[in-house]
Design a protein around this ligand. Structure first.
Ligand SMILES: [Cu+2]
Length: 473
């Protein structure tokens, strides 16, 4: 059923991207033109110009997919295709994604929206799209072989359903998943409430990103898809520190951050300087009675978490995965721990034999952050990033929440480094240092030093013999 009013509404929305005159009945019957994104920058929120109003999200190093209204239906066009994703300045990965990027664009709709998603497959193999967490008719669930035929290369399928449930969701293939997710095929989906929701607060900033991981050897471009656990690039929206944009907010803003995990391990996501509550999961809004304060929330595989807090403390607050190996970039894992080993002399001898020999970290791995070693093409240092006080020595799943008094409402620009008020930065003690008392009575009373006998002990080993009447099995 299409009224004259709906028709005009549909025609007027196209005004921004496409000339209104281009919209005819014929055009509306065709596929919506696919929109591609070529940069990995964080795009400003897409303010809805048609359909129900809502407060849009900001996708970290990502963007939201524009739609068109076609007789009351919100139409999107996803194109599954090989993409080149810059993971950090100096490192590009050959991934698979949607509409020019990995992850694909965020899809934002409003509770009750009728949604039609065209999916064109430009991959060399079949695919499908599963709408993780949503209530959809079974045949729209996107499990190839189970609920639909796979979308073969070159084909376009149509998914159509009503966005029945409010919440934080994602989409990903349900066809050759191991390959396609290891290659970066995933995207965010947010269904906003259509009216004031008792469990969903108004916020001033609403960020979202997916946790993903890749195994790309330094110097190469394509992820190793067989890797199950030993990934070397731990990323947020296929970006690694220092390539992940900061989350820039105004002081006293209420902030929501939505996080989904499509890696093969859990990530305890940790925020400095503020406590938050988990207000929602992919299962929906969390009842207020079931919320408690946290500074770290574990996001398990296939889960989504929605955290909220008031950003009332000014500063540059670290925001990262708390698994220390996930805040590092690519390197081999076959490196022995050398802390406490004095390489001097040994290194000279080895250097005579192997000119490129390099001593790894005898004081701790922080040395690696400073190490000026030649890197192969297309990789980034394992730990890197410069802060106002020196090397940050981080990588992977690390970013910052930047809270500023004078950040304008709706302004997502990086405000630069925080200017700490005088006398509020940790400083070096320059007075006298006392010898700690415990050094004088080593072990103190609780663990008295035991003198071991100096004499050598002979250990006698007897082999079991078959002389006791036993017969061994
Ligand atoms: Cu992690």
């Amino acid at each position: 059923m299409s009224t004259r009013r709906e028709f005009f509404k549909a025609a007027s929305i196209a005004g921004g991207a496409v000339a209104a005159s281009a919209i005819s009945r014929v055009a509306l019957a065709a596929l919506p033109e696919p929109v591609l994104q070529t940069t990995p920058d964080t795009m400003p929120p897409l303010i809805p110009s048609t359909g129900r109003v809502y407060n849009p999200v900001v996708t970290l190093n990502g963007w939201t997919l524009p739609w068109r209204m076609n007789q009351g239906v919100k139409e999107f066009h996803l194109v599954a295709e090989p993409v080149v994703r810059e993971m950090a300045p100096g490192m590009k990965a050959h991934l698979w994604g949607y509409n020019g990027q990995s992850p694909g664009p965020t899809i934002e709709v409003v509770e009750g929206d009728r949604v039609r998603v065209f999916v064109t497959n430009k991959l060399p193999e079949h695919t499908s799209v599963h709408w993780h967490g949503q209530r959809v008719p079974n045949g729209m669930d996107g499990v190839s072989g189970l609920t639909q035929a796979a979308i073969m290369p070159g084909k376009t399928f149509v998914y159509e359903f009503v966005a029945r449930r409010v919440g934080t969701f994602m989409y990903h293939p349900h066809a050759d998943e191991m390959t396609q997710m290891a290659m970066g095929m995933m995207g965010f989906w947010v269904t906003h409430p259509k009216t004031k929701h008792p469990l969903i607060d108004e916020v001033q900033r609403d960020f979202c990103f997916l946790l993903n991981a890749y195994d790309i050897d330094p110097g190469s471009y394509t992820p190793k898809i067989m890797t199950m656990l030993d990934f070397n690039l731990w990323s947020w929206n296929s970006r690694i520190f220092p390539g992940i944009d900061t989350l820039n907010v105004r002081q006293h803003d209420k902030v929501r951050i939505r996080i989904g995990n499509l890696t093969m391990t859990n990530h305890p996501i940790h925020l400095h300087g503020h406590e938050f509550v988990v207000t929602g999961t992919d299962g929906g809004a969390v009842p207020k009675s079931a919320r408690w304060p946290e500074v770290t929330t574990d996001v398990a595989v296939g889960q989504m978490r929605q955290i909220e807090f008031v950003a009332d403390e000014e500063g540059d607050w670290a925001f990262h995965c708390h698994k220390s190996h996930h805040t590092m970039n690519a390197m081999g894992h076959e490196v022995p721990t050398m802390i406490g080993v004095d390489h001097q002399g040994v290194a000279d001898k080895i250097t005579n034999l192997i000119p490129d020999y390099m001593v790894m970290a005898e004081r701790g791995m922080a040395d690696m952050g400073e190490m000026e070693m030649p890197l192969p093409d297309n990789t980034v240092p394992m730990m890197t990033g410069q802060g106002p006080f020196g090397g940050v020595a981080m990588g992977g799943m690390f970013s910052m929440l930047k809270v500023r008094k004078n950040q304008k409402a709706g302004d997502y620009k990086d405000p630069g480094w925080y200017q700490h008020p005088h006398g509020t930065v940790a400083f070096e003690w320059t007075g006298a240092l006392q010898e700690p008392a415990r050094f004088q009575v080593e072990g103190a009373g609780s663990m008295p030093r035991v003198s071991m006998p100096k004499t050598e002990i002979e250990v006698q080993v007897r082999k079991p013999q078959n002389t006791s009447g036993h017969s061994g099995h």
